[in-house]
Design a protein around this ligand. Structure first.
Ligand SMILES: [Zn+2]
Ligand SMILES: [Zn+2]
Length: 194
């Protein structure tokens, strides 16, 4: 059992059900703090609770222990399947985790294809007390700049728009494991696993 994966799954499924930690806790006769511990991998559910928890969350004990998203949810629910779209006309950035038809300014947009980060589009991450400080060694001119950066984990995404003439740096706060994307105005989308 992988506490991290199981915890992340419990959180995703609980939110899909629309339960607060307190509401889920009551159904299991545990405290909200206990649920919080499971979700942050600081603890894990007692084996005697797994079956009941799985039933409440509409999954199986096996999936819960493995921390795998049930198959029928994978397309829509998992943020790691995120696709990015950018409108060339207005610069709008859109995302989708399923099969969606995205359009902007009257045009259908195709998902950006991510390449592995190269030297010019890489990032440097510094861990601070309560967030991460991320810097780029990339131009930020009007003709050639980073237009957005995104940090994607299992259940969330943080997307930051960047504009010409600003400093090539930003602050983000997400779980350390995930995927990092950088989009360049000239060279397209780049990706790195964290
Ligand atoms: Zn547009
Ligand atoms: Zn570039």
């Amino acid at each position: 059992m992988d506490n991290q994966k199981t915890g992340a799954l419990i959180r995703v499924l609980r939110m899909e059900k629309g339960y607060t930690q307190q509401q889920l806790a009551e159904q299991l006769n545990v405290s909200a703090k206990t649920i919080s511990k499971w979700e942050t991998a600081a603890g894990y559910p007692d084996i005697s609770l797994i079956t009941q928890l799985a039933q409440i969350l509409d999954t199986t004990s096996e999936e819960l222990l493995l921390g795998n998203m049930p198959n029928d949810r994978q397309n829509g629910g998992n943020m790691k399947r995120i696709k990015f779209y950018q409108c060339e006309l207005c610069g709008n950035v859109l995302t989708s985790t399923g099969n969606a038809t995205i359009s902007c300014c009257g045009h259908k947009l195709l998902p950006l294809k991510a390449r592995i980060m190269d030297e010019a589009h890489t990032i440097h991450i510094e861990e601070l007390d309560d967030d991460f400080f991320i810097t780029f060694t990339h131009d930020m001119t009007k003709e050639h700049h980073i237009c957005f950066a995104a940090w994607v984990s299992y259940d969330r995404v943080m997307l930051v728009r960047m504009y010409p003439e600003q400093n090539a740096e930003l602050h983000m706060n997400l779980p350390r494991r995930g995927d990092f994307y950088v989009c360049c105005s000239k060279d397209g989308l780049f990706h790195m696993k964290l």
